[in-house]
Design a protein around this ligand. Structure first.
Ligand code: PGA
Length: 261
């Protein structure tokens, strides 16, 4: 069975003191509940607090991810951050293709693909986000949109590299809106994604890759979402800013794993 993977995307939130307090509180709960063996856990703070959070967590059970990265390794790219810099700090994961970067900042599939290659080349493990807009779901285009994002975002990726990627299915209409996809809607798209990974790579790779769900995940809906066979964890925005809430989502993952064994 795929180990569940819970990641917190803090987006552009917290200040330095809050960032440290949040991970300290989270670490305490994770250690108390002894959840780290059963579940992979990561938090993705804003770039400017990565160092402090890394120092607070020092190689403990909670890994760190960045929320973005640029594909060039160094040079005249004002305002950008490279894979080398993230490695220098000790980041393990990087979120790529998040809907806010696609739809607010304007990132294209081609740009996301370059970033994905740079991240993989530097040994970072991408959390690669895909998902449809509300009008696309209503027009029956959910699978077509996810397929395009996967085909174009993953172009040139080998099966070995794919095993290092987590796909996060995040329907855009569910992000930050309080509207979660139903358990059935999530499972349906996750099964579609896994089937497509089987076609793009091979059956073994499709079985190994973890697919997270994201979009208004909270302690009250996490267990049900993760009880689906193809939902291998969650990518959590708002609820990851509260240590108690995020810790109980991690607990739900642990319990779901135990029930399935
Ligand atoms: P949300 O965000 O949990 O606040 O909806 C999820 C995400 O954007 O990854």
């Amino acid at each position: 069975m795929r180990k569940k993977f819970i990641a917190g995307n803090w987006k552009m939130n917290t200040d330095a003191a809050e960032a440290v307090a949040l991970v300290e509180a989270l670490l305490e709960q994770v250690e108390q509940n002894d959840s780290a063996d059963a579940v992979d856990i990561a938090v993705c703070p804003p770039f400017v607090y990565l160092d402090r959070v890394l120092q607070t967590l020092s190689n403990g059970p909670i890994a760190i991810g960045a929320q973005n990265v640029y594909f060039e390794s160094n040079g005249a790219f004002t305002g950008e951050i490279s894979v080398t810099m993230l490695n220098d700090l000790g980041c393990r994961y990087v979120i790529l293709g998040h809907s806010e970067r696609r739809h607010v900042i304007g990132e294209t599939d081609a740009l996301i693909n370059k970033k994905l290659h740079a991240a993989l080349g530097g040994g970072l493990e991408p959390i690669f986000c895909i998902g449809e807009l509300l009008e696309q779901r209503e027009a029956g285009q959910t699978e077509a949109v996810c397929e395009r994002q996967l085909r174009e975002g993953l172009a040139g990726v080998t099966a070995e590299q794919m095993k290092k990627i987590t796909v996060a299915y995040e329907p855009v209409w569910a992000i930050g809106t309080g509207k979660t996809a139903t358990s059935e809607q999530a499972q349906e798209v996750h099964a579609f994604v896994r089937g497509l990974l089987g076609k793009l790579f091979d059956a073994e790779t499709a079985e190994i890759v973890r697919i997270q769900y994201g979009g208004s995940v909270k302690a009250s809906n996490a267990a049900e979402l993760m009880s689906n066979p193809d939902v291998d964890g969650v990518l959590v925005g708002g609820a990851s800013l509260k240590a108690d809430e995020f810790a109980s989502i991690i607990e739900s993952a642990k319990v779901t794993m135990q029930n399935a064994n």
